[in-house]
Ligand binder design. Structure first.
Ligand SMILES: COc1cccc(COC(=O)c2cn[nH]c2)c1
Length: 239
């Protein structure tokens, strides 16, 4: 998978070269290219923002740099024609990102992330970008960040770890929260007793059927308690 990131703070993404995603890049599973949006400005101050038409506080990101950058990155830049890229703009006004979104995006060949700053990006950029690829405005949740970089980091990690070969043991991707629509069961490791607190006996029983049932009960109980919104109407229905 090729992932392009456009940001006025490209060094935000230095962290992605570490650990898991770092190895994925070395092995060629992920081709991550982080670019500074200011590289597509032409004035001395490398200006990327201006005042909003219609007034209002703050600044809006100018369309010109975005248009030039997207033409180069998302346009058919002479490389072998592959599927059109999916162009993602993190935004508080976007669809909510879930594990389902991550799974769907992990199947794509080419993702482009456009990190907004200030009060946002000129709306015409999203319209123009839809001629170059599938445009998705995606929100991590109902809160506002100062820019799209943190949301992009989170999405790249959530998507990247689902790409076959990135995570050593794919089994570890199966039993985790949201994979089966429920929160994950509690985990324990040695010592069996720690500060007067013991590991649930069932987990020491060696009875794999009982352990599986106990874990499923824990998933349902936790989901009911912390995230009832995830449960279908009838919480005993198979998820
Ligand atoms: C594209 O325009 C803007 C404007 C303002 C902030 C941002 C950054 O994204 C978020 O704030 C966000 C993402 N998920 N939840 C919140 C983008």
């Amino acid at each position: 998978m090729r992932i392009d990131v456009l940001s006025i703070f490209p060094s935000y993404f230095d962290g992605l070269t570490l650990s898991l995603l770092g190895k994925a890049q070395e092995s060629g599973l992920i081709d991550l290219r982080v670019r500074d949006l200011r590289d597509w400005t032409s004035d001395r101050h490398r200006t990327v923002d201006d005042t909003p038409y219609g007034g209002g506080a703050g600044m809006v990101m100018k369309p010109e740099p975005w248009g030039l950058a997207l033409d180069e990155i998302a346009g058919s830049s002479g490389e072998a024609p592959t599927e059109r890229p999916t162009i993602i703009f993190p935004s508080p006004a976007g669809e909510v990102f879930t594990q389902k979104t991550a799974r769907a995006l992990a199947t794509r060949e080419h993702l482009v992330f456009g990190c907004g700053r200030y009060e946002g990006i000129d709306e015409r950029v999203f319209e123009y970008a839809s001629d170059l690829g599938e445009v998705r405005l995606i929100s991590l949740g109902d809160y506002v960040l100062n820019g799209g970089e943190v949301a992009t980091m989170a999405m790249i990690e959530a998507i990247g770890r689902l790409i076959p070969g990135v995570v050593g043991n794919p089994e570890s991707l199966v039993e985790e929260s949201h994979e089966d629509g429920l929160l994950e069961y509690p985990s324990y490791t040695k010592p069996a007793s720690w500060r007067e607190r013991s590991v649930p006996d069932v987990l020491l029983s060696g009875n794999h059927g009982a352990i599986a049932s106990w874990r499923r009960e824990q998933q349902i109980e936790r989901t009911k308690r912390r995230r009832p919104d995830l449960l279908p109407g009838d919480e005993t229905a198979p998820v």
